[in-house]
Design a protein around this ligand. Structure first.
Ligand SMILES: [Zn+2]
Length: 486
């Protein structure tokens, strides 16, 4: 009888639902990850966008021909990563690190999904082509840009298709709105006609090329003006969002030609790194789940674990959070985030490259610990870079939280890293995440609005100063990240 009871108890324990007690905190690693993910999920619930887009001033305001060698290499690597990222949605996000060896250079490549079978041959071909450009040492002509842009677009068909699909409903809204503005005369009519260019059936290459040509046009400036948030409060369906999205997506469609131009320019000055190169894929990282919620995963309980025991602040934060919960249903949304069936945590591409260089003791070209990525880093990757002892160049970031983020599982015995390498990084990240959450709870700031992950890709020189004042992309330095204030 006792045995039967014990057996039933064990069987029940084996089938415990996600809300069972203690499960996520059984072992050392589980406890460490729980301590990290709990405040992260809370912060995500408070608003997944943690600040404005950070921009790399070297990529925006600086004339590429004035860049010193080291920065030219950075720009070249970023452009390579961009054209290798052939789809939207995150799986194909690509990071590249350039290793310097006595007899040549190795371009190490990684992607979010660990799939580089398609990108490695493309990168090999592209670098071979770049090498030819570098040894010919003649001035770049527009036909070369067109030809390379077309090849990159051909490789990125899924991404271009996704942009076009996103643009369709946006155009419908813009055109519908402009039709009702006929009393505004020529301006609305002209813009309406111009936008029809993206509504017809022309091929992707032609459309992308047209988007590139039009990036400086008066209509793009008009879109920027119409896409500016009005001073009064507006909802997410407000028409200025449609105009702003149209401008953003047209910018993205034209971006491959801009990048092709940059690649050719950089290649013509970088013959040193293109002589005797190799392309290698970073070995695959296994996946692991994030610790599930349990009986202790409540807002009150999480707050008490985020503060030192006996802290006098616990009650105040719990009370503020309860007030916010009543207004914004934080408890429900907090637990829903744990139960998202699409959660599939993985090591993001730039972190794979970073740890591959650090753990393997690889030497960066020009001793510049720079990891190029096809997209700005997410909030967690940014914190990981900041907390890492390797002093890597801090990436630009869109400051969004992804719950499918996870740290790599590094084996301290096999590597040259310290035993507490991972623990120390996660602790430093957790500290920053808690600080962000406490700041928001302290001021009872509601969950924040979103912004697109990629920038439109139009340089400042392509816009008039008056337009720049109107666009909602704000440039801030990496050290002064701020909240979106409602
Ligand atoms: Zn990331």
């Amino acid at each position: 009888m006792v045995k039967e009871k014990k057996r039933r108890k064990e069987s029940l324990a084996a089938n415990l639902p996600m809300s069972s007690s203690k499960r996520p905190r059984f072992d050392k690693r589980g406890r460490q990850l729980s301590r990290f993910y709990e405040p992260l999920v809370l912060l995500y619930t408070l608003g997944r966008t943690r600040g404005e887009h950070m921009r790399d001033i070297l990529c925006d305001g600086t004339n590429i021909s004035n860049l010193p060698h080291k920065y030219l290499i950075r720009r070249f690597l970023c452009s390579l990563a961009y054209v290798c990222d052939y789809d939207k949605g995150g799986d194909t996000v690509t990071a590249i690190g350039l290793e310097s060896r006595p007899h040549g250079y190795i371009f190490w490549i990684a992607s979010n999904s660990n799939q580089t079978t398609k990108t490695v041959p493309f990168l090999m071909w592209l670098l071979g082509h770049m090498y030819q450009v570098s040894i010919e040492a003649t001035a770049i002509v527009p036909e070369q840009v067109d030809d390379l842009g077309a090849k990159c677009i051909d490789f990125a068909v899924p991404r271009i298709k996704a942009y076009r699909n996103h643009l369709k409903p946006v155009l419908r809204r813009c055109l519908g709105h402009l039709d009702n503005q006929s009393h505004n005369g020529n301006e609305a009519h002209g813009l309406s006609e111009w936008l029809q260019n993206w509504n017809d059936q022309r091929g992707s290459e032609e459309l992308c090329h047209f988007s590139y040509q039009e990036r400086k046009s008066e209509f793009m400036q008009l879109l920027a003006k119409l896409g500016t948030e009005p001073s009064y409060k507006s909802n997410k369906d407000a028409i200025h969002h449609a105009f702003s999205s149209a401008r953003h997506l047209i910018g993205r469609l034209g971006h491959h030609f801009r990048v092709a131009n940059e690649l050719l320019f950089c290649a013509s000055r970088l013959s040193d790194i293109l002589h005797g190169f190799e392309v290698r894929s970073i070995p695959i990282h296994t996946r692991s789940a994030i610790p599930p919620s349990d009986g202790k995963t409540t807002l009150d309980s999480v707050i008490s674990r985020m503060l030192p025991s006996q802290s006098a602040d616990v009650e105040r934060y719990q009370s503020n959070l309860a007030e916010m919960d009543a207004k914004y249903q934080l408890s429900r949304r907090f637990l829903d985030n744990y139960r998202d069936p699409d959660l599939n945590p993985r090591v993001h591409a730039e972190i794979q490259v970073l740890e591959h260089f650090y753990v393997g003791g690889l030497r960066f070209v020009e001793s510049d610990a720079f990891v190029a990525c096809s997209k700005p880093a997410c909030f967690c990757c940014l914190l990981y870079f900041r907390a890492h002892p390797g002093h890597f160049v801090e990436p630009t970031s869109h400051q969004k939280i992804y719950l499918n983020w996870r740290p790599p599982d590094l084996d301290a015995q096999m590597a040259i890293i310290r035993e507490n390498h991972q623990r120390d990084i996660l602790n430093a990240m957790t500290k920053s995440i808690r600080k962000e959450a406490f700041r928001q709870i302290n001021e009872k700031i509601p969950p924040h609005a979103r912004h697109p992950e990629s920038l439109t890709g139009i340089t400042e020189s392509a816009s008039s100063p008056s337009t720049l004042e109107l666009v909602s992309i704000t440039c801030i330095s990496s050290s002064s990240a701020s909240f979106h204030r409602p």
